[in-house]
Design a protein around this ligand. Structure first.
Ligand code: NAD
Ligand code: UFG
Length: 344
């Protein structure tokens, strides 16, 4: 065993895929989740893939006493990956206090207790949303952080600052901030994947739910942007590739390979894909048609953003490997599995 890692939000979409990769790499994982946006069955899926059942603690990370108790009952945690957060951009505009409280208090509790329990490393889930609409594309880590367009985006910026300030003040641990672009797809086994509650807000779950007939029609938000086909451009990154970057980040800190006590990396493919291109690629990869119509722009959308992942490629030795076709096919396989199981 390489060491014990606490994965907060480990029953969620990215956290569950990361738990699989950590276990595959020889880490012992403790999953913490309050199941506010996930289901305990995910732990079974992780066990079916890896043959190992991670320890699971159902608790709210806002509860500092419960966190202290977790550290006491699971001694020797060397690193933490902090996925636990509320993440719906639109909801954050309606319920800002819920977002500020959940996303900030959870991080503060971790930072408070890490030194006491000798935790050496923290990986934090940040987002390309911190760049807003970048002036230069592809965007690299030296680009300025722009004023956030939503309370959710603001929590990511503030959390990054809190971590920097805490370590600058001499806290005895290191941190890697990972700025994700658009995570998509599911594990190739279709044992775990994304399970959006209610009507999906994100593009790919909306596509797969339309393709299977749960939704009648996909709305494409705008075809009058300054892009080649007029629809918005994003950098869609396979969730398993993304998960693997977390293992590398943990290794890097625990093996003393960091160059600074706080490092940040863009995690994307380096290729921008438009909404209309994504639909066409999905149809090609799966042979299934997507019923869609063009509607007006969605408020607050950025026209185009994709990553310059050179720093992650060179420093971490991490590269996004999965093709977009295979990634979209994995999302479709997962949607079919949900139907098979009668979940949706
Ligand atoms: P998710 O909702 O699937 O996973 C988050 C998990 O955290 C859920 O299982 C939820 O139940 C849990 N959780 C939330 N608040 C908690 C609390 N107070 N205590 C304990 N558990 C709690 O989301 P995800 O897509 O896997 O995202 C993981 C992280 O990555 C989040 O921090 C998110 O902001 C960030 N991120 C996601 C995306 C994306 O597009 N999915 C993009 C950039 C960054
Ligand atoms: N889109 C549609 N129709 C839909 C849903 C989305 O046309 O039904 C379009 C959007 O307008 C956008 C693109 O598809 O152009 C991608 O939209 P998503 O909502 O899937 O993703 P975003 O890039 O808007 O935001 C996502 C997460 C944020 C995160 C950000 C960067 O939702 O939490 O990626 O990581 F901050």
């Amino acid at each position: 065993m390489k060491g014990k890692i606490l994965v907060t939000g480990g029953a969620g979409y990215i956290g569950s895929h990361t738990t699989v990769e950590l276990q595959n790499a020889g880490y012992e994982v403790v999953v913490l989740d309050n199941l506010s946006n996930s289901n305990a069955d995910v732990i079974d899926g992780i066990e079916r893939i890896t043959g190992i059942r991670p320890a699971f603690v159902k608790m709210d990370l806002q509860d500092k006493d419960a966190l202290r108790n977790l550290f006491e009952t699971h001694p020797g945690i060397r690193g933490i990956i902090n996925f636990a957060a509320s993440k719906a951009v639109g909801e954050s505009v309606q319920k800002p206090l819920l977002y500020y409280r959940n996303n900030l208090v959870t991080l503060l509790n971790l930072l408070d207790l890490m030194p006491q329990y000798g935790v050496e490393a923290l990986v934090f889930s940040s987002s390309c949303t911190v760049y807003g609409q970048p002036d230069i594309l592809p965007v690299d880590e030296t680009a300025p952080v722009k004023p956030a367009l939503s309370p959710y985006g603001n929590t990511k910026q503030i959390c990054e600052e809190i971590i920097r300030d805490t370590i600058h003040a001499g806290a005895p641990f290191q941190s890697i901030l990972l700025r994700y672009f658009n995570p998509v797809g599911a594990h190739p086994t279709a044992e775990i994947g994304e399970l959006p509650l209610g009507v999906p807000q994100n593009l790919l779950p909306y596509i797969t739910q339309t393709a299977i007939g749960i939704r009648e029609q996909l709305s494409v938000f705008g075809d009058d942007y300054d892009t080649p086909d007029g629809s918005c451009i994003r950098d869609y990154i396979n969730v398993v590739d993304l998960a693997k970057a977390h293992v590398i980040a943990v290794d890097r800190m625990l093996e003393g390979k960091t160059k600074e006590n706080v490092e940040m990396f863009n995690l994307g493919t380096g290729t921008g894909v438009s909404v209309l291109e994504l639909i066409r690629t999905f149809e090609k990869a799966t042979g299934v048609k997507v019923n869609y119509k063009i509607v007006g722009r969605r408020e607050g959308d950025i026209a185009k953003v994709w990553a310059n992942p050179a720093r992650a490629n060179n420093e971490l030795g991490w590269v996004a490997r999965e093709s977009l076709e295979d990634t979209l096919a994995s999302a479709w396989k997962w949607q079919l599995r949900l139907r098979e199981k009668g979940i949706m």
